[in-house]
Design a protein around this ligand. Structure first.
Ligand code: ADP
Ligand code: MG
Length: 239
């Protein structure tokens, strides 16, 4: 089968991103070692410079990771495995716990609120986990110190809903469309202040589409945001 221009372009970008990852990790790693003071003592100005390097290498690593995740999802979508049984509390617990330390460092209270009776659904645990992970990541990233982030779940009839709510900076209604743009479209966006280079939400949208679900978003500037995933319990009903 002949490759389309789009396939070639995607392969090129995927290779490039892959190659950019190692040096990025090395820069971050060495900056960390320097910052720890183990290699030599540092004055305040040097510490500040290293903090800036560390922060930026983290951002770069995050963006590269998101681009790779986007391409990986392209592949996954082409050969989806049969859906599996998902115990929602367990899945959420795992994701919440993976952010426990980061939340503590930012003094953000990170809570999980799920009913006592188990919520079970069909789906793709790996992709659903990533969807939730991306939402928690954003909630923590865009919520200032001492705020709170709550992950909750409920089920009603044949739908499960998962909420990630924060008391963060929120956003304007008109910025919403831009936030879910696809990779190819992101390349054209000049307003990086709003969009970042992040592909987190466009990945989330794709994971939710895989489940034949939908995303609802509520936000008020300066007050916080809630991202809700609405997912069918039985995927077969929706195919
Ligand atoms: N919980 C949130 N609170 C405020 N703004 C958010 C939130 N989640 C996402 N956003 C906005 O949407 C943009 C896109 O998010 P995302 O695709 O995850 O990329 P990234 O987080 O890497 O910038 C963010 O840059 C941010 O402006
Ligand atoms: Mg993000």
């Amino acid at each position: 089968m002949e490759k389309s221009i789009k396939d070639i372009y995607r392969e090129f970008v995927a290779h490039m991103v892959h190659d950019l990852k190692s040096p990025t990790i090395a820069i971050g790693g060495y900056a960390h070692r320097l910052r720890s003071g183990r290699i030599g003592e540092l004055n305040e100005e040097q510490k500040h410079a290293l903090d800036v390097i560390i922060e930026n290498s983290k951002r770069l690593e995050h963006d590269l990771h998101m681009i790779l995740e986007y391409f990986q999802t392209d592949k996954d979508l082409k050969r989806l495995q049969p859906p599996e049984r998902i115990e929602v509390r367990m899945l959420l617990e795992e994701q919440v716990e993976s952010y426990r330390i980061e939340a503590q460092e930012k003094e953000i209270s990170l809570e999980l609120d799920v009913p006592a009776e188990p919520i079970v659904m069909e789906g793709y645990p790996h992709h659903l986990s990533k969807a939730v992970l991306n939402l928690i990541d954003n909630a923590l990233k865009y919520t200032p110190r001492k705020g709170s982030v709550t992950v909750s779940a409920s089920s009603s009839g044949d739908l499960v809903s998962i909420d990630v709510q924060d008391t963060g900076r929120g956003f304007r209604q008109q910025d919403l469309d831009m936030m879910f743009q696809k990779f190819e479209d992101v390349m054209d966006i000049h307003d990086r202040e709003i969009r970042g280079f992040g592909l987190g939400l466009s990945n989330v949208k794709r994971y939710v589409d895989m489940h034949h679900g939908e995303i609802r978003v509520q936000s008020r500037e300066g007050e916080g945001s809630t991202f809700t995933l609405i997912l069918p319990v039985h995927m077969k009903d929706r195919e």
